[in-house]
Design a protein around this ligand. Structure first.
Ligand code: 5GP
Length: 112
């Protein structure tokens, strides 16, 4: 399978503004931010979409949220929007699971 852009970032083949990293996750600032703060929480192990998760991924998925909360606390935000786009119809463009975390502006509901 061809490497995703996120795998290239994890392997330091292309640069990114890294907000956090540990053995299992990397958090980068989105190259095209949709809010004053817009980070992507990415498990290093590639899973293409939410539809590809299995029960064995439970801890990995829980960790995405724990990392998101930790990073947003570090960045000074307690209010933020979290989004998983799943599939092209929902505007997923990188098929390597990632949680968008956006902060620093007013968010509307329902989302567009
Ligand atoms: P998706 O559309 O799959 O939900 O989200 C993919 C996100 O990755 C988009 O918000 C897009 O701006 C971001 N992105 C795509 N390529 C790069 C890149 O090379 N570097 C960074 N930091 N973000 C990227």
């Amino acid at each position: 399978m061809e490497e995703t852009i996120f795998e290239k970032i994890i392997a330091r083949k292309i640069p990114a503004n890294i907000a956090y990293e540990d053995d299992a996750y990397i958090v980068i600032h989105d190259i095209s931010p949709q809010a004053p703060v817009h980070v992507l929480v990415i498990p290093k192990r590639r899973i293409a979409t939410l539809n590809d998760l299995t029960p064995g991924d439970t801890d990995l998925v829980a960790g995405i949220f724990l990392v998101a909360a930790k990073v947003m606390k570090t960045l000074g935000y307690s209010d933020y929007r979290t989004v998983f786009n799943c599939g092209p119809g929902a505007q997923q463009t990188v098929f390597h699971l990632h949680l968008h975390v956006l902060a620093g502006r007013k968010f509307n509901w329902p989302p567009g």
